[in-house]
Design a binder for this molecule. Structure first.
Ligand code: PLP
Length: 407
């Protein structure tokens, strides 16, 4: 065989719903030398990263750490560790990732109850309250931003609601964290998870998680059950966390002061996650959200300036992604492929009921930038015209520029 040359990816501007291009300093951090698992530098870096993520999540939770794996590793760790077989779990579904939470809860042998709104909408608090009263779940699992529909479910009143009804509150904030407001403590979250490859501006492969003291109690109680089981076939064994890798009780012991060996923390991903949080806090949490808001507003104005129809309830759209209907007669996948091949720009396709109907365009993390917005809109205009759509000349870039001028 011919041995291929060193890895050499083509230049790309990733303007889809994620993954997106990482901050250059994150890529640099990932090439830093490795140290041993219990090197004082390693454990100090873990501790430091925990503190940085308390800033990102807006929490004082001790149990703030990373799960090794992509975002769904964090989701799985939260759900399998908080849910015992037979527990009732309520999952309000407003897009693809709600279905994922429900599926993972099913695998954890929960009794799963779902409620749904049509894609492109979010739940009113009253609908969630009604379902909580009816189902009486032990856990509410709710996506914050669902990239499949671009919607951002308001969470600010949900924590108090869960508290009143004695329900644990978990949210998957993968798509939204860093680009939209998220207040783990002020909003009463018991557990929240994310990934790096959306607004945090890193590669996929590490999942930040935070757990309230109440969630930690649930996790620790299960550890005691496991410790008490001696005989195979002991009926209490059904309460076991259904995973070793994602057993938060064990993972907390590894990240905590006892440093009990579990997995080997993924060193280069730890460096990446640390740098993502460092970059965010250095710029300022509010300033980064505002940068996403402006980039998102500019992209929204731009696609509307091109005469495209935006999908969903714009008032509840995430800052960092917009879905546009593919104009009549334009071959969605062929046009998207041309944009990638000729301009090096990636935008997203869609799933489920939206498949073939909309493209999703993201402005996140490192790419929530004016030049990235302008380049994408200019290329999109040329692309649409080439595939026969009537678009106003300069309509996209002009509208987006106006947003930046008045920002
Ligand atoms: C993108 C996204 C994920 C991605 O999960 P991965 O395991 O990192 O691919 C999960 N949840 C939501 C809400 C997302 O938008």
């Amino acid at each position: 065989m011919t041995i291929p040359g060193p890895i050499s990816p083509p230049p790309r501007l990733l303007m889809g719903p994620g993954p997106i291009g990482a901050y250059p300093s994150v890529l640099e951090a990932m090439s830093a030398p490795l140290v041993g698992q219990y090197d004082p530098f390693m454990t100090a870096t873990m501790t430091e990263t925990q503190e940085l993520y308390r800033g990102v999540w807006a929490t004082t939770n001790d149990a703030t750490l990373l799960i090794d794996g992509t975002s769904r590793a964090g989701i799985e760790a939260a759900i399998v560790s908080l849910v015992r077989p037979g527990d009732r779990v309520l999952v309000p579904i407003f897009g693809r990732f709600g279905h994922l939470l429900a599926e993972i809860a099913e695998r954890a042998l929960a009794e799963v109850h779902t409620i749904e709104v049509p894609w492109g909408q979010v739940f009113p608090v009253s609908a969630i309250e009604e379902a909580i009263v009816r189902v009486q779940p032990t856990l509410l699992a709710l996506v914050q931003g669902d990239t499949s529909t671009t919607m951002n479910q308001p969470l600010d009143e949900i924590g108090a609601l869960c508290e009143r009804h004695g329900v644990l509150f978990y949210s998957d904030a993968t798509a939204s964290l860093g680009g939209n407001a998220f207040e783990a403590d002020a909003w009463g979250l018991d557990a929240a998870t994310a990934g790096l490859q959306k607004c945090l501006g890193g590669p996929s492969g590490s999942s930040p998680i935070t757990l309230s003291p109440r969630a930690v109690e649930v996790v620790q109680a299960r550890k005691k059950i496991e410790a008490g089981i001696r005989e195979p076939g002991d009926p209490s064994a059904r309460d076991f966390v259904r995973s070793n890798y994602f057993d938060l009780g064990m993972i907390l012991d590894y990240w905590g002061p006892r440093r009990l060996n579990h997995h080997t923390e993924a060193t280069s991903m730890l460096y990446a996650a640390r740098e993502c949080a460092r970059v965010l806090l250095l710029e300022g949490r509010d300033a980064v959200i505002e940068r996403h808001r402006i980039a998102g507003t500019a992209m929204l104005a731009g696609v509307q300036g091109l005469g495209l129809t935006v999908f969903g309830d714009i008032a509840h759209k995430m800052n960092n992604v917009v879905a546009v209907e593919i104009p009549e007669g334009v071959p969605g996948d062929i046009a998207r492929a041309a944009l990638l091949e000729e301009d090096g720009i990636e935008i997203g396709t869609s799933f489920g009921p939206l498949h073939g109907r909309v493209w999703r365009i993201g402005t996140m993390g490192y790419n929530a930038r004016e030049d990235a917005v302008m380049t994408t809109l200019a290329a999109l205009e040329a692309l649409l015209r080439r595939f026969g759509a009537a678009v106003p000349v300069g309509g996209g870039v002009e509208a987006a520029r106006d947003v930046y001028r008045s920002a």
